[in-house]
Design a protein around this ligand. Structure first.
Ligand SMILES: *Cc1c(COP(=O)(O)O)cnc(C)c1O
Length: 394
């Protein structure tokens, strides 16, 4: 059904599963950027990178903006020298971007199963998948809850592997008191896609402490040109000269997008509090239903609640697909995160993968759905979802 039909046919307004939280602050910032005459990467983007690094609160950290998290993951792996013949371990319970960037470089993603509790990458499965060709691990902080990074980093160190964190869901997330982005991996990549915890429309950020990697990411972000457009713009000396030192990419973030990002970042603590509140209201409102509720963060850790994912218990009176349909008929949008990668034709066929290799992801996938959770959602909106689930499942 088209969105418009859905809006009109529902007795109450349609509740999407996600919605960006944008107001006059972002609109005014974009207008100011447009009026300034400088719309591509420039001073506003520099400011956004500075503000983002400052938010993570570690002086030696570099934040490098890109036009998507996908681009950031690609650049991080490229900068670490991943190439043909290499293997990179990726959880099957993720978006295709995590694995596709490995293919961009001619390397092979090796999919592994996830943990049945939090649905993050299963470290025993990682260990079992390591071969002499393995070069890196890409953990995904699923739904906004950090992986067990102490154990993962120790495992990587033992085997001499690089770690690039896909933190598309995990801003801001704390792991044992430390922000994701500062945990000591080679690089962490955040997403500012429209449905993430903060947005720039499209955008992403690579965060690293490694100055060599940072230099390479900056270089490859903009055509492999040794001196970026910003330097030429601010330079007082004649600045027509530049050198191409590598076959780079076109992955820079615009000042228009960064203007949105600066404003979103100023609200991120409020956004995070509201998400936590909504998650707690779901936990309370859904208790007693035949649902497995999401895993919670441990002591001194926090959950970003990008996604609130429930799993139907075996005794539930209807299946996942029927529940999604029934909720949709009540004007409630849901989604599924994710159709595991090994189920998609490309990954299944190119990796000769069978569902039996991923029993946990298979079992989770059959029973999972993502409920609406976004900062502009009111308590009354959420009560509609809770009431509908009681009607359908009690
Ligand atoms: C959204 C997402 C990405 C890609 O982010 P973009 O900014 O859209 O490129 C990567 N990994 C995961 C797990 C995601 O959910």
């Amino acid at each position: 059904m088209a969105e418009q039909d859905r809006l009109e046919s529902a007795a109450e307004p349609f509740l999407p599963f996600a919605l960006p939280d944008i107001d006059d602050a972002e609109i005014d910032a974009v207008v100011a950027c447009l009026r300034s005459g400088w719309v591509t990467t420039g001073p506003v983007t520099r400011q956004f990178e500075h503000d983002f690094a400052a938010y993570l609160g570690q002086p030696d950290l570099q934040a490098i903006s890109v036009n998507s998290a996908t681009a950031g993951l690609h650049l991080a792996l490229e900068g670490l020298g991943i190439g043909p013949g290499d293997e990179v371990i990726v959880p099957t319970m993720t978006f295709t971007a995590t694995a596709e960037v490995v293919r961009y470089l001619g390397a092979q993603p090796v999919l592994v199963d996830v943990d049945p509790g939090h649905m993050n990458i299963d470290l025993a499965a990682v260990e079992a998948a390591i071969t002499p060709r393995t070069r890196a691990i890409m953990p995904v902080h699923y739904a906004g809850l950090a992986c067990d990074m102490d154990a993962l980093l120790a495992l990587a160190r033992r085997h001499g592997l690089r770690v690039v964190e896909d933190a598309a869901h995990a801003f801001p997330t704390r792991y044992k008191g430390q922000m994701v982005g500062t945990l000591g991996s080679d690089a962490t990549v955040f997403s500012f896609y429209a449905n993430k915890t903060m947005t720039t429309g499209e955008g992403g950020m690579v965060v690293t402490r490694d100055p060599e990697l940072a230099r390479r990411v900056r270089l490859m972000r903009i055509h492999g040109i040794s001196q970026d457009a910003f330097n030429r713009y601010v330079s007082r000396t004649p600045a027509w000269f530049y050198e191409v030192v590598a076959a780079g990419f076109k992955y820079n973030l615009t000042d228009i997008a960064s203007a949105i990002g600066i404003q979103q970042l100023r609200k991120i603590d409020r956004f995070a509090r509201r998400r936590e509140q909504l998650a707690q209201r779901y936990d309370a409102g859904l208790a007693g239903l035949p649902l497995q509720l999401p895993a919670r963060a441990g002591a001194a850790s926090t959950h970003a609640w990008h996604l609130y994912v429930v799993r139907l218990a075996p005794q539930a009176p209807l299946g996942r697909d029927a529940l999604i349909q029934a909720l949709s008929e009540r004007g409630i949008g849901t989604s599924v995160h994710f159709i595991p990668l090994h189920r998609h034709p490309y990954w299944r066929d190119s990796g000769s993968l069978a569902p039996a290799q991923f029993p946990v992801a298979e079992a989770c996938f059959e029973r999972m759905l993502t409920l609406p959770l976004y900062t502009r959602m009111t308590d009354a909106d959420q009560d509609r979802v809770i009431r509908a689930l009681h009607e359908l499942l009690a």
